[in-house]
Design a protein around this ligand. Structure first.
Ligand code: TXA
Ligand code: MG
Length: 316
């Protein structure tokens, strides 16, 4: 099968209604979609991505009100977050209604749900008439795609269609939030920042990396094939080595927002460059910088250091 890039929504509606999968655009990253109500179709997503079935999927709906069809209850702070940031890159983890099959939530009694801020995607959901579950459209553990062409490189031959909705506005996945009573718990940093959530809801708990709350938050993720290392040292010694390395760093005069948008696509390009290493360093850990740092540490194999002039890799 040759994977086709199309702007024709009806082709993708037809595929999803027939219980098949297709790649779809959102404002964050491209997703690999199926009907969230069709068990068999959802299984095709896990298979195409080689995704472990313990890692639940995000359900996308067209309107905020639709969340009530699939979640039992929204805490007050959750309602505030929806009012302020939805449609947009925020995902709420809520107690699920029975209509959502277990395969979508990996057997959990909660469902992750969001309203994407992408006209084409919302139109697709409305035309289908069912919610659409979609993890990022990459092979499990690899870099999330932010354009139709990147999806094609990632999933060629595995899907019939990629719906082309242009380049993703944020280039980073949504912020995933669950709740401890009424207090938001950030499970994954994303385009909506911790500071924005704190300002709106007061106290916030950060729980990033906990595999108990969010099974998908594994230590290794977003990884290029080239060994990526965190390095903040002096490049002169490194240049003396016979290693070929690329540098992925925010320029001092570049905004963090701009760096974040291009992060995954730059990483993908560098990965095609036949380097021995991709070297990167953390950005300031605030705002969207937290989401960037979270991706960098997961994508990296470890830290680069020198010992007696020799390259040493320290595990993360
Ligand atoms: O921006 C996004 O969120 C993109 C676009 C396509 O919507 N989707 C995305 O999906 O990033 P995925 O599958 O790559 O990441 C979903 C994350 C995973 O870390 C998963 O473990 C977590 O959300 N998640 C999903 N359902 C959950 C649940 N019921 N409880 C806790 N975490 C959940
Ligand atoms: Mg993903």
């Amino acid at each position: 099968m040759i994977t086709k890039i199309t702007k024709d929504i009806s082709k993708v509606v037809e595929q999803l209604k027939a219980g098949n999968i297709a790649a779809v655009p959102t404002e964050t990253v491209y997703g690999l979609a199926s009907s969230a109500l069709n068990d068999k179709a959802v299984r095709k997503i896990y298979k195409a991505k080689s995704r472990p079935t313990f890692n639940p999927l995000i359900v996308h709906v067209a309107k905020i009100e639709d969340i009530n069809n699939f979640a039992k209850h929204i805490p007050e702070t959750g309602k505030l977050l929806l009012e302020k940031f939805s449609p947009g890159p925020i995902t709420l983890v809520l107690k699920k209604k029975n209509i959502i099959p277990d395969i979508v939530t990996a057997g959990k009694d909660t469902v992750a749900i969001r309203v994407p801020d992408h006209d084409m995607m919302r139109e697709l959901i409305s035309l289908c008439g069912f919610p659409i579950c979609a993890p990022s459209a990459n092979i499990s553990g690899r870099i999330s795609p932010t354009s139709a062409m990147e999806v094609k490189k990632e999933l060629e031959g595995k899907i019939e269609y990629i719906l082309d909705g242009g380049k993703c506005k944020y280039g980073l996945e949504s912020t995933v939030v669950t709740f401890k009573r009424n207090v938001p718990v950030i499970l994954r940093h994303g385009a909506i920042t911790q500071e924005q959530i704190e300002l709106l809801c007061g106290k916030v708990i950060t729980n990033t990396g906990s595999e108990i709350h969010s099974p998908g938050m594994l230590k290794d993720h977003y990884a290029p094939k080239t060994t990526m290392l965190i390095f903040d040292g002096d490049f002169t010694e490194l240049k003396k080595s016979n290693k070929k390395f690329a540098v992925l760093k925010k320029h001092t005069n570049q905004s963090i927002e701009k760096f974040a948008v291009g992060l995954f696509s730059t990483l993908r390009k560098l990965d095609e460059g036949k380097f021995d290493f991709i070297l990167t360093s953390f950005v300031e850990d605030k705002g969207i910088g937290r989401a960037v740092n979270e991706r960098l540490i997961k994508a990296a194999k470890g830290f680069l250091s020198f010992e007696n002039g020799k390259i040493k890799i320290v595990k993360k």
